[in-house]
Design a protein around this ligand. Structure first.
Ligand code: PDD
Length: 277
């Protein structure tokens, strides 16, 4: 008789609920998105759904009607009535007895949460500290997949060092991005960030940071920084949907600039507000 055990409960495997047999749990076999709203309006919804569709295609999850998912997200967002909301959703390949080879007739599982975004003005006003961590991820970080174990370990390492974010450094000694954020510097008066081909997530915030830079006449150089360059950059900051732009004031223990959010960073934060008003 095939046996399953959940917590203390022993049962026949046929009694196990599909949520315990989700390929997202067994293999991280799924993709996700995180969006936010500003004062009741979801920001950059088209970009997020375009990226989600690309992620699904990249891992060959078929049969998902993107329009239907978008309608479900909008309906839940309306029902939640949260002005500044964090919207998380994922789709996994489906549930079934564990087998690397997915059964042909699997039905994708959809999961969504909408929660209150707690804004912490301190992050923007005072900035955060970051520390580096080896980029031990796979080669397809352009896919927003549920395979986030390296990101979790990196974030835990940063936390142990008293830092807010971990910054990945790849095998060539180049910075790629944060464990859950895009990474930027101001070097010789220009915005520096990794090119999309540098095995990073095509961050939506990154797209709008570059637009804001153009709007304020800040030159852009899409070239990865080394930790050495970042340690002496005039300014550093992070970009992420839930917090848009977060200044960095310490990199691997080295104070950035005068230890306060930089002038370009503050200008970009102001310019970014025009997109979200
Ligand atoms: N993370 N890089 C990584 C590895 C990320 O996980 C994220 C976002 C970003 C920023 O992408 P965007 O600007 O589209 O939010 C960059 C989400 C918020 C998360 O995993 O919670």
């Amino acid at each position: 008789m095939q046996i399953a055990m959940i917590g203390e409960r022993m049962m026949g495997i046929e009694e196990v609920g599909s949520e315990h047999l989700d390929r997202g749990v067994f293999f991280g076999d799924g993709v996700y998105e995180v969006l936010r709203s500003y004062n009741g309006k979801i920001f950059a919804i088209d970009e997020h759904f375009e990226r989600f569709a690309n992620s699904l295609k990249a891992i060959e999850i078929t049969g998902v009607d993107i329009g239907e998912i978008r309608a479900k997200v909008l309906k839940a967002f309306e029902k939640a009535e949260i002005a500044n909301a964090k919207i998380y959703f994922h789709i996994t390949r489906g549930s079934g007895v564990r087998d690397h080879l997915p059964k042909a007739d699997l039905k994708p599982n959809f999961f969504l949460t909408i929660s209150e975004l707690k804004d912490n003005p301190k992050l923007k006003n005072e900035g955060v500290t970051v520390s580096t961590y080896p980029d031990i991820r796979w080669k397809r970080c352009d896919i927003k997949s549920l395979n986030l174990l390296p990101n979790v370990l990196a974030k835990g390492d940063a936390d142990k060092k008293g830092c807010w974010e971990a910054i990945f450094v790849d095998d060539n000694g180049m910075i790629t991005e944060g464990s859950s954020s895009a990474f930027f510097g101001i070097v010789k008066g220009k915005l520096r960030t990794s090119p999309l081909k540098a095995n990073i997530l095509p961050s939506v915030t990154r797209k709008y940071v570059e637009l804001a830079a153009k709007n304020i006449g800040l030159g852009i150089v899409e070239k990865s920084l080394t930790p050495k360059e970042a340690a002496v950059a005039e300014e550093l900051f992070l970009g992420v949907t839930t917090k848009d732009i977060i200044p960095v004031v310490k990199f691997d223990g080295k104070v950035t600039g005068d230890g306060k959010p930089g002038k370009w960073t503050k200008q970009l934060i102001e310019e970014f507000k025009k997109f979200t008003a």
